[in-house]
Design a protein around this ligand. Structure first.
Ligand SMILES: [Ca+2]
Length: 191
């Protein structure tokens, strides 16, 4: 009788653990397809930072003022979803981005998507996404461009990571010009 109990116990334990591990595999696979490689893509989390207007910057993102005198701010009045977006504003010719570096796999395809709203953007290339694969020689990729005045527009770019590269800098960019641009809900997923 005691032997029988032990056998039942062993069978139950094996079944229980195989069921749990198969559930974990399913969750893992689902997560892999939809997970955003970018942190804080909706710009809802802020941290205190003197670099940003009102000393509030988006967590996990940094800014680059390439030229001119652009103002970069977390906007809590206008958003595509949630309560906040990021805004780049330039009254004189300026060039700036809000950016994050992401680890990627060489040779693999990724899909990037972003939402952009513009107000009186006059610029050589407008508002767009720029991807820079970092290495000895930088490799650039760009999304389509948004200029003028436009309500929220979806922009998308599918890229294949060049051989030998494993880091990409993803930039919400206002190319050289004037006007106001908002970015929100940026996403990067492995294809
Ligand atoms: Ca948001």
């Amino acid at each position: 009788m005691k032997k029988l109990k032990v056998i039942f116990f062993v069978i139950f334990t094996v079944l229980f653990y195989s069921l749990i591990s198969s559930q974990i595999d399913v969750a893992h696979a689902a997560n892999k397809e939809t997970s955003n490689l970018l942190k804080n893509g909706g710009f809802e989390e802020t941290i205190e930072s003197k670099e940003w207007l009102n000393s509030q910057g988006p967590a996990d993102w940094s800014q680059w003022k390439a030229s001119g005198d652009p103002e970069l701010v977390v906007d809590n009045q206008i958003s595509h979803s949630g309560k906040q977006s990021i805004k780049i504003q330039a009254s004189s010719d300026s060039r700036a981005s809000v950016e994050q570096d992401v680890m990627v796999i060489s040779g693999k395809e990724y899909k990037l998507s972003d939402w952009v709203k513009t107000d009186k953007v006059t610029s050589n290339h407008g508002a767009r996404l720029r991807l820079t694969f970092l290495g000895d020689k930088k490799v650039y990729e760009y999304s389509n461009e948004v200029t003028g005045t436009s309500d929220w527009k979806h922009i998308e770019k599918i890229v294949k990571v060049p051989e030998g590269y494993n880091t990409v800098r993803i930039q919400n960019f206002l190319e050289k010009g004037t006007g106001t641009v908002w970015f929100d809900d940026i996403k990067s997923v492995a294809k």
